[in-house]
Design a protein around this ligand. Structure first.
Ligand SMILES: [Zn+2]
Length: 190
């Protein structure tokens, strides 16, 4: 699979547009890992900068880890449209090479107002029985392993492959219990 340095954070990409001012702000936030804003402040700032929707990004977990990326499309239950995307860190762990996917819970972020760093969780191939195939997802067949953020053409991600997780998983964070399955790197929630 394509591998690169851990420079790209996990991201939730939401319908709407972003501004360069907001991108700059995200960059500044990444530089300042000590500054933690409360969830309320964060949501206020997001609303002020982009009332139509926004791109959510988080700090990369851990130090200089080599990892690849998985992009999950988020299908909306109502109209079946794909408007949101989740950019996940994907890596191998330990001597057995167990595959690890770092996800970010959209319910924690968008409904419970939690900071991105506190909405992340891991799923492991061994525990959750997700399946990885090195081919790109069907919905990105036109571009193969290259995913370009539709809301920000400057953001390009190399997709390692496709994830399937037929059994229900859930967000482990307190008071959330967001449920999901994954098919062809599309997230279905229930
Ligand atoms: Zn959650």
């Amino acid at each position: 699979m394509p591998v690169r340095q851990a420079t790209a954070p996990q991201a939730l990409v939401r319908g709407g547009t972003t501004t360069s001012a907001y991108d700059r702000q995200l960059h500044d936030q990444r530089q300042d890992t000590h500054r933690r804003r409360s969830a309320v402040d964060q949501m206020r700032a997001i609303k002020r900068l982009d009332p139509q929707g926004t791109v959510f990004k988080t700090h990369a977990l851990g130090g200089q880890r080599t990892h690849a990326s998985i992009v999950l499309a988020m299908k909306h239950p109502k109209d079946n449209q794909i408007l949101d995307w989740m950019v996940c860190e994907f890596s191998e762990q330990g001597k057995d090479g167990d595959l690890l996917l770092v996800m970010c819970c959209p319910r924690c972020v968008f409904q419970l107002g939690r900071p991105m760093g506190e909405a992340q969780f891991h799923i492991q191939e061994a525990n959750r029985k997700f399946y990885f195939t090195p081919a790109p997802p069907k919905w990105n067949r036109e571009f193969g392993h290259i995913w370009r953020n539709p809301k920000d053409p400057n953001e390009v991600v190399t997709i390692a492959g496709t994830i399937d997780m037929p059994e229900w998983g859930h967000c482990p964070h307190l008071g959330c219990r967001w449920r999901f399955t994954i098919e062809d790197s599309i997230l279905y929630t229930g």
